[in-house]
Design a protein around this ligand. Structure first.
Ligand SMILES: *Cc1c(COP(=O)(O)O)cnc(C)c1O
Length: 380
């Protein structure tokens, strides 16, 4: 089956009792046994639920993974991967990871005895150099948030292999429509299904995917032991969202390319970062490993924080919101929004400059998105 067919059909059969083409929502906490010791495959929804199982099968199919294990959020999915480790273990991580992920690593997991080294994983040599005898996991985000750095997954997978350590990839920005990290030798893939997978700003969810049976058993054990599970209704909404993943990603990518080109020639924009532009340092790796370049753009305004504030207050169609990966175009200014708590010097060292703006390009008409940015830029 082609990917475009899989997103619509994979793992979904007509409901056996009614023929309903849309799988029902099994909104039930528990399941009645036929007799002692005999159930119909389900006992308690924290352990398993038919709607969640349908979603897990569907997500595994489209990622090309043997197993998918669903969680209540992208963060609890990431946390479950780190639950594989024990006190004393060390992790080498991409330096430009999602803010919530670095908060989990630095403010919670370090207290539990894990340690982290952050490197620019777009340079594989830096990953190699950071590995210690205690390193158990390499954690990569590609493209990263918000600087859209690209990591060569084959290169990192061979480093991980060489040292016999796990490689986990947060593939939220790319989705399986554009990138399938397991094909490049990665062990674990994580998505915040809140973003492109469900796609409509309608829920919070996460999933962990792997081809490794032992790892999958451990993730299922974490799922039922910790209980950070998605509701059956959220699983159902995700199933509905995924059906249009291919179509949406096509439009997200096309709109982002047009918008990036528009911004690139605008006199009030100092720099545009989009992996689809040949000027992007990761362009050739992205062209090789991804099917297309995604819907996220960041750009640098001339005029720093005041310009950023003015632009964000000036947009009318673009929504001033902290999420990404949904049908609506959303715009954020890291210096005053997502990264306002990071000390300025640290922020600048990480490349999160005062005039940096992040755009999650939606699926509206590209001309409307561009016109909105144009009128807001005009006011600067
Ligand atoms: C949003 C996001 C997360 C966290 O997911 P939630 O569903 O918000 O918990 C993790 N990684 C990336 C790259 C994200 O964009």
């Amino acid at each position: 089956m082609h990917f475009d067919t899989k997103v619509v059909r994979w793992g979904i059969e007509p409901d056996p009792s009614t023929g309903a083409i849309v799988p029902p929502v099994y909104q039930s906490a528990t399941y009645v046994l036929e007799q002692v010791g005999r159930n119909k495959g389900f006992d308690y929804t924290r352990s398993s639920n038919p709607t969640r199982q349908t979603m897990e099968r569907c997500l595994a199919g489209i990622e090309g993974a043997a197993h998918a294990v669903a969680f209540a959020s992208g963060m609890s999915a990431v946390d479950s991967v780190l639950k594989l480790l024990s006190a004393g273990d060390h992790v080498v991580s991409s330096d430009d990871v999602y803010g919530g992920v670095s908060r989990l690593f630095n403010q919670i997991l370090t207290r539990q005895g894990l340690s982290f080294t952050y490197v620019d994983s777009s340079e594989p040599a830096r990953v190699s150099q950071a590995i210690r005898p205690q390193t158990r996991l390499i954690w990569v985000e590609t493209p990263t948030n918000p600087l859209l750095k690209i990591t060569d997954l084959s290169a990192i997978a061979s480093i991980a292999d060489q040292h016999d350590i796990l490689l986990g990839v947060d593939s939220t920005f790319a989705t399986p429509a554009l990138l399938r990290p397991l094909d490049f030798g990665c062990d674990i893939v994580v998505h915040s299904t809140t973003k492109y997978m469900s796609g409509h700003n309608q829920l919070i969810g996460g999933v962990v995917l792997t081809n490794n049976d032992e790892l999958a058993d451990r993730f299922h054990f974490f799922q039922k032991s910790i209980g950070a599970v998605p509701s059956p209704f959220d699983c159902w909404l995700t199933l509905m969202g995924v059906k249009t993943l291919s179509l949406r990603m096509e439009r997200h990518c096309a709109n982002a390319m047009k918008t990036a080109k528009f911004l690139q020639q605008h006199p009030k924009v100092a720099r545009v970062t989009y992996p689809g532009l040949p000027s992007h340092p990761g362009h050739s790796v992205a062209s090789r490993q991804m099917k297309n370049f995604g819907g996220m753009i960041s750009f640098e305004l001339k005029g720093g924080i005041p310009a950023g504030k003015k632009l964000l207050n000036g947009v009318r169609l673009c929504s001033l919101a902290e999420s990404l990966g949904a049908v609506e175009t959303m715009i954020t200014h890291p210096a005053t929004m997502t990264h306002v708590d990071v000390p300025r010097q640290e922020r600048l060292t990480r490349g999160l400059t005062d005039g940096l703006v992040r755009l999650s390009v939606g699926i509206e008409a590209a001309d409307d998105i561009i016109q909105d940015l144009e009128q807001a830029l005009e006011s600067l």
